[in-house]
Design a protein around this ligand. Structure first.
Ligand SMILES: [Zn+2]
Length: 145
């Protein structure tokens, strides 16, 4: 794995250097050094990276029926007023949450995707016990505040 690839992986998963560092157990400085080529990407590190960011996720997106376009995603976020569909908090960085997980046969299309903040997304995982709100329900919440 090259330094450039490391950077690509981070971009693809929309992670900051600090966030990637937290996942791997390094600080942000070290991730920055790795990306600049000032520190070697060891076999051990590469193995960890591959385990975390296996091509599985990408492959599933391609295999699964439907494909969310960037435009649909932007529209979806706008409909939700840039809020998380679970907690209703306004967030700049929202991730695509599959209401029915891809692992459970959910599709990667707009009808099965809602914007979610990082903490709700990770809290939810593949459990599907959390029910997302509709944009209209979110508006009620923000009015009430
Ligand atoms: Zn949330």
């Amino acid at each position: 794995m090259t330094h450039k690839e490391l950077r690509q992986i981070r971009d693809e998963h929309d992670l900051t250097q600090r966030e990637l560092g937290e996942l791997l157990g390094y600080n942000a400085n070290y991730i920055a050094r790795l990306e600049r080529g000032e520190a070697p990407i060891t076999k051990r590190l590469e193995k960890m990276l591959r385990a975390f960011f296996s091509t599985q996720t990408r492959r599933r997106h391609i295999i699964s029926q439907g494909n969310l376009t960037l435009r649909e995603w932007e529209e979806l976020k706008a409909a939700y007023d840039s809020r998380c569909a679970y907690c209703g908090k306004k967030q700049e960085r929202l991730s695509q949450d599959h209401v029915i997980a891809l692992d459970n046969g959910g599709q990667h299309r707009i009808t099965n995707i809602v914007p979610a903040c990082r903490s709700c997304n990770s809290r939810k995982g593949n459990r599907e016990t959390m029910v997302p709100m509709k944009p209209s329900e979110l508006q009620d919440i923000s009015m009430g505040i």
